[in-house]
Structures are given as C-alpha cells and as structure tokens.
Design a protein around this ligand. Structure first.
Ligand SMILES: [Zn+2]
Length: 185
C-alpha cells in the first residue's frame, strides 16, 4: 500500500515547478517549495526575502502522542515522514505577524513575572489572597507561545494533513488559492 502511495505522488500531475496547489479551501505544498507571490494570507503584494517555515505534525508528547497521531494519519490514508520545509513571501503586514506575536509573548512573561513578584512582595504569605496566580498564568501563556514557535508552530497556517512530502494547509485566502493549479489525487 505504501508503494502505491509513492507511485501516486510521482504522477506527472504533481510535477509542478512551483510545488503549490489548491485542494478545496486548502493549500497543498510540496517539501522544499517556494510559494509564488503574492501574500497567501491576503493576496496583497509581497515583499522580498521569503520566510522559511518548518511545518510539523501537531502531536502529543512522547510515544503515546506519536502513536495516536500515526493512527489518525493511517485513518486518513496519510503518511507522515517528517517536517515539511517551505519558503513563503508575505506582505509587510503578515510578514511581521510572528515577530509581533513573539513580542507579545515576551511582554506577557515580563509583565506576568513582574506582577507575580509584586504580589509576593506585598503579601509574601498568600500572594494577595491567591491573586498571584493570575500573573503567573499570563507569564506561562507567554512561555507556551514561545515554546510552540520553537516547536515549529506558526501563526499563518495550520497543517490539516500530511502525506509523504506533501502537506495540506489551512489559512490561505481564496483569491490566492484560485490562482494555483488544482491538486489531482
Ligand atoms: Zn498579507
């Protein structure tokens, strides 16, 4: 069955120079592709130098998480073989998105840690009747955001399905998708 899957993917329909297709509302990308301009998020003019994205399958921690993710893939008839690397040109606004979010995460960590410190300084025993937990949660949220980014999560696209060297992404706008060739299974 695995051989069949590979054969299918080597069909001439897939040999687009660009490595990007539309499949309904999803954007299909081949590993190593550079997406064509304009900005896939809003179809506005993109600026120079693409951003490199590493798209990983979302999965739970450890062996169980990976096993569950594998089972879901098998059910969908997909095979995950590793992260998909893609280069994307964005408009200035969307290009800034990840940096802006990371700055917000950092601000949450700083403000949260500072707020917790203040609570504990004022009331070392109870942290102002447990109010110390609110800034702690804010700080942890910021930390989780940065960790997710380091793990390969990105704020532009959500992977919906992987198959070999292809990934199906949600998050591109319809106008952009309409300019791409249709992905043929
Ligand atoms: Zn844009």
């Amino acid at each position: 069955m695995e051989d069949n899957a590979i054969q299918q993917l080597n069909d001439s329909e897939f040999n687009s120079a660009v490595g990007a297709w539309r499949d309904g509302e999803l954007l299909v990308v081949r590993n190593g592709a550079t997406l064509p301009k304009p900005c896939p998020k809003c179809n506005a003019e993109a600026i120079e130098s693409p951003i490199k994205l590493k798209i990983v399958r979302p999965q739970g921690e450890g062996f169980i998480g990976a096993a569950v993710a594998d089972a879901i893939d098998q059910y969908k008839g997909s095979t995950y073989v590793g992260p998909i690397h893609v280069r994307v040109f964005f408009c200035p606004r969307h290009r800034r998105l990840r940096r802006v979010l990371l700055i917000i995460c950092l601000a949450c960590i700083v403000l949260g840690a500072g707020g917790a410190a203040v609570c504990l300084l004022i009331d070392p025993k109870d942290g102002l009747s447990g109010a110390v937990f609110f800034p702690v949660v804010v700080a942890l949220g910021g930390f989780a955001g940065i960790l997710a980014t380091l793990n390969g999560e990105n704020p532009w696209f959500k992977p919906k399905r992987f198959n070999q060297e292809y990934v199906w992404l949600k998050g591109a706008c319809v106008k952009y998708l309409n300019n791409l060739p249709r992905f043929i299974r």
